[in-house]
Design a protein around this ligand. Structure first.
Ligand code: ADP
Length: 458
């Protein structure tokens, strides 16, 4: 059965209280049966001894004093004992019959359900005075006898337990509802937000004063989720546009040339055919790079790992691009710090990752810019830092530059950008090595790329 949180928590609270009261009720009953029962037995035997030891005082030289005997028999009756006193000739001198004693005993039985079954005990005692036998006393009593006060106390005690149990159960139900309400409100909010996310509305956020830690964490988690889903959605839309653009441009150019030649508008020349081929090559190159990223992301055994020194690969990459950099009056330097240690590396792939980053620095930096690459051998990893003094990357673009096809607006409009695959590929390569890559930059203030590769198991 599906129950609402409100009903569920009320029932849980009420059940806890009912179980507690039942345990106290039966536990107290058991305790009373043992301890209070013992006490009753002891009390009756003390009363009996007290009455029996006083009977001799009612015997004087003139015979039995009826007034004293009546008082003692009354006392015995109050304690729940019937008593008949005989003289030496076994003639009855006093008796408790007619003192309301049986009535008391019957009332005493009223509570007997809670006790071990009361037993009627009959005993005969000799009465002596000054060492001489003067008579005997026949005593009858129930081994458990409750006085009116005992009964009243027990009745009150049990009533108190039942009433307080009922009150506590009622309070528990109310508390359960109040508790459920403090949880239900936020849950309903989160449910509402989940519904909005499902509909594709990622701008909604949950807020409000919350003093429960878990609920606050739930709110924060939901808001982060909505933020990320919104970001992913924006990226997905942008990517779809970018892919279309990347595919359309070369196809349009190639088509225009081929159709122009077919219609006789363009001469059927080697140059015009070469333009079409170049555009097709561009498409093929794009497909090849995409395939490479996908393969590396699958982290299949695509890397050809060998022990190598990272700074040597870095120096080779820098040396290779230096002539190109000089065409733009740019300087590129390379350095190493720490004691070089070999790493398991796929040299060709790692070189490609570095090439992509260096080529970006070349593409986006203005004439006469400066680029420096430094390899540092640190405790658990080696790190390459490539810094340029180019235009930098805006804060809003930074989280996305490693995504496939992502290009900033600026590089797009300037037409200097590539296909938006270079950094995605660099990231796949570095991560396939178990490493990480990140970029730090601010608009108009250069860019810094940091690649970390762990030494791993030697
Ligand atoms: P692209 O082929 O467009 O260069 P990348 O994946 O290599 O694609 O880079 C993604 C985007 O990041 C680029 O379009 C560019 O806007 C930005 N970018 C990368 N490196 C730099 C850099 N050194 N300086 C400024 N912007 C950069």
């Amino acid at each position: 059965m599906k129950m609402g949180l409100r009903l569920k928590s009320s029932l849980i609270y009420a059940s806890i209280i009912i179980i507690t009261v039942a345990v106290i009720y039966f536990g107290a009953g058991y305790m009373l049966r043992t301890s209070f029962g013992d006490y009753l037995v002891k009390r009756i035997s003390a009363e009996r001894s007290s009455v029996l030891s006083s009977i001799k005082d009612a015997y004087t030289d003139e015979g039995w004093d009826a007034a004293i005997l009546s008082g003692l028999i009354g006392k015995a009756a109050n304690a729940g004992m019937g008593m008949v006193i005989y003289d030496l000739s076994v003639k009855m001198v006093a008796s408790s019959s007619g003192q309301g004693m049986m009535g008391r005993m019957m009332r005493g039985r009223g509570m007997s359900g809670m006790w071990n079954k009361p037993r009627t005990v009959s005993e005969t005692y000799d009465i002596q005075k000054g060492g001489a036998l003067i008579g005997s006393a026949f005593v009858t009593y129930q081994n458990i006898f409750l006085t009116d006060y005992d009964e009243e106390f027990l009745q009150k005690f049990y009533t108190f337990l039942l009433v307080s149990g009922a009150v506590m159960a009622a309070v528990a139900v109310v508390l359960g509802i109040v508790f459920a309400d403090t949880v239900i409100g936020p849950i309903l909010k989160v449910l509402g937000m989940a519904g909005e996310l499902k509909k594709g509305n990622y701008s909604m956020r949950v807020s409000g004063k919350v003093d429960t830690k878990e609920i606050r964490q739930l709110y924060e988690g939901m808001n982060v989720l909505a933020e990320e889903m919104g970001g992913q959605e924006a990226l997905r839309r942008r990517m779809a546009g970018d892919i279309a653009h990347e595919l359309k441009t070369p196809v349009t150019i190639a088509m225009a040339h081929l159709e122009g030649m077919e219609d006789g508008i363009l001469p059927l020349s080697k140059e015009n055919i070469s333009v079409s081929i170049a555009e097709m090559q561009r498409l093929s190159e794009l497909a090849g790079k995409l395939e490479q990223v996908a393969r590396l992301e699958g982290k299949l055994d695509v890397l050809d790992m060998k022990h190598a020194l990272l700074h040597e690969i870095c120096a080779e990459a820098v040396d290779a691009v230096r002539p190109l950099f000089s065409t733009k009056g740019m300087k590129v330097g390379c350095a190493v710090t720490g004691s070089p240690k070999t790493l398991a590396l796929d040299k060709a792939s790692m070189r490609q990752a570095l090439d992509n980053i260096l080529m970006n620095a070349f593409k986006y930096a203005p004439e006469g810019g400066e680029v420096s690459a430094r390899t540092s051998y640190i405790d658990e990893f080696a790190e390459i830092t490539i810094v340029d003094d180019g235009p930098g990357i805006a804060e809003k673009d930074l989280p996305f530059i490693f995504e496939r096809f992502y290009r900033t607006d600026r590089s797009r409009s300037r037409g200097s950008g590539g296909m938006g695959i270079g950094l995605a590929l660099a990231k796949s390569i570095v991560e396939a090595h178990g490493g990480s890559i990140r970029a730090e930059s601010s608009f108009n203030d250069g860019t810094k790329f940091v690649i970390r590769i762990p030494y791993g198991v030697e």
